[in-house]
Structure formats: structure tokens, C-alpha cells
Design a protein around this ligand. Structure first.
Ligand SMILES: C[S@@+](CC[C@H](N)C(=O)[O-])C[C@H]1O[C@@H](n2cnc3c(N)ncnc32)[C@H](O)[C@@H]1O
Length: 219
């Protein structure tokens, strides 16, 4: 389920740069890279993890080494969020898709969001893993940050019985507002709403039909 959701977000974001915060054994990283190749999407994956994890991956995982040599994968080793902060400050990247999946506490996820949100492309998405009860810090960080910056937040959470292995999702997606609200739009919609309430209301409806409407027709 999560892999399929991730694939859809890649297509939606039309990425040039994908950031994975927390790579571990590069299972998701390699899946993303294979999907990019299959769909002829010319994007680079930038992965962050501890220096020893990155070194070990490059030493022991042939596919990781090959993608790195081809320039499609860049592993940045260092303690988060400092490594991320350095990269953002030095390269001022525009990122199209982010997967946050390193430390699962509020301060860590909050910092990562604070660093990456200003760098997010207009149609980009930040996905978070483990938006679940067991990781309330992740949930709190996304909820709190989205409310603060006025972002759209969509939990993509679905729990299946344990026997249905592979169908769960504990992802969350966040993006910039798809459009800007103006006072004029707000007023127009509210005015339409008030009129509809008046016409359909239990008491105001009959009053409208029997008295107000004929009165307005006459004038
Ligand atoms: C849950 S795993 C990532 C799984 C991976 N995204 C996947 O889908 O397979 C979390 C990773 O975050 C890394 N990590 C956690 N805290 C970190 C920190 N402070 N600095 C750098 N890496 C960290 C860990 O080393 C670990 O490899």
C-alpha cells in the first residue's frame, strides 16, 4: 500500500529532487530509483542518514553504489538535523518530494519540517512515515506545523487486520495550499450559503416562500 502511494506522489510531484530523511537499508530508496527509471523520470534522490550507515551502504550494497556512480543517488552522512541544515544552507535546493523517516519525535520532525518547508516546490509534497498512535511525536509535529503555516495535511492512514500483511499505511502528506483564498471569494460563498439557509430553513423556508419572495417580486 505505502509503496503504491509513494509511486503516485512521485507522479504527482513530477520531481527533480527527492529527499529521503532516514535511509537505513535503502529499501525505499532503491524502490524510488527503480520507479523513476521505469517511468523515465529524471530525478535525483538525496538521502540522509548517519555517516556509518551511508558508508556501509556504499561499501556493501551494489545497487546503491551503482546509482551513486550514475549520479542518481546522493547519500549525505551526518547527524540530523545538522546535516540537513548544512545542505539546505549551502545548496538552497528546491525539493519536490520529501519522505521524513528518521527520528520519530516531535523536536526532530519539527526541525526537519522547518528546514524543508521553505524549500518545497509549489506542487511538492512532504510525506511523513509513522503518523500513528505509537509515534505521537510525528503526528504532533505534522499537525502543529501544518496549522502554523496553513498547509493542507492529509493522513493516509489505513490499518488492516494483521493477516492482511502489506496493506497498512501510516503515511501522512502535506503540501502548500492548492490555491489562495481571497476575502472576495469568502464573502461570495458565505453570501450564497446564507441565502440557501434562508430558503431551506425549517422556519425561514416557509416564511421566505410565502412572504419575502412575493414581496421582493412586487418591488
Ligand atoms: C526507520 S529508518 C529509515 C527507513 C527507510 N526510510 C526505509 O523506508 O527503509 C530510520 C533511519 O534514520 C536514521 N536516523 C535516525 N536518527 C538519526 C539522526 N539523528 N541522524 C542521522 N540519521 C538518523 C537511522 O540511522 C535509520 O537508518
Amino acid at each position: 500500500m505505502e509503496k503504491s502511494l509513494l509511486a503516485h506522489f512521485i507522479v504527482l510531484a513530477q520531481p527533480k529532487i527527492i529527499v529521503e530523511v532516514g535511509v537505513y537499508r535503502a529499501i525505499t530508496t532503491l524502490l524510488i530509483l527503480d520507479f523513476l527509471k521505469l517511468n523515465a523520470i529524471d530525478a535525483q534522490v538525496v538521502g540522509f542518514d548517519m555517516p556509518e550507515t551511508c558508508e556501509q551502504l556504499l561499501k556493501e550494497n551494489e545497487e546503491v553504489r551503482r546509482w551513486s556512480e550514475e549520479g542518481r543517488l546522493r547519500l549525505i552522512g551526518g547527524e540530523l538535523p545538522l546535516s540537513l541544515e548544512r545542505w539546505v544552507e549551502e545548496e538552497k535546493p528546491v525539493v519536490d518530494l520529501v519522505l521524513l523517516d528518521a527520528r520519530h519525535d516531535y523536536p526532530s520532525v519539527g526541525w526537519e519540517l522547518k528546514l524543508l518547508w521553505p524549500r518545497l516546490a509549489p506542487r511538492g509534497y512532504i510525506l511523513g512515515h509513522d503518523y500513528a498512535e505509537e509515534f505521537d511525536g510525528v503526528r504532533y509535529a505534522f499537525d502543529h506545523f501544518a496549522a502554523r503555516v496553513g498547509a493542507h495535511l492529509m493522513p493516509l492512514v489505513s490499518r488492516w487486520p494483521t493477516a492482511e500483511h502489506g496493506r497498512d499505511s501510516v503515511l501522512v502528506a502535506m503540501r502548500r495550499r492548492a490555491y489562495q483564498k481571497t476575502f472576495g471569494h469568502w464573502l461570495g460563498h458565505r453570501w450564497e450559503g446564507w441565502k440557501a439557509d434562508l430558503v431551506r430553513g425549517k422556519w425561514s423556508g416557509p416564511l421566505w416562500r410565502k412572504m419575502l419572495k412575493p414581496l421582493m417580486r412586487r418591488s
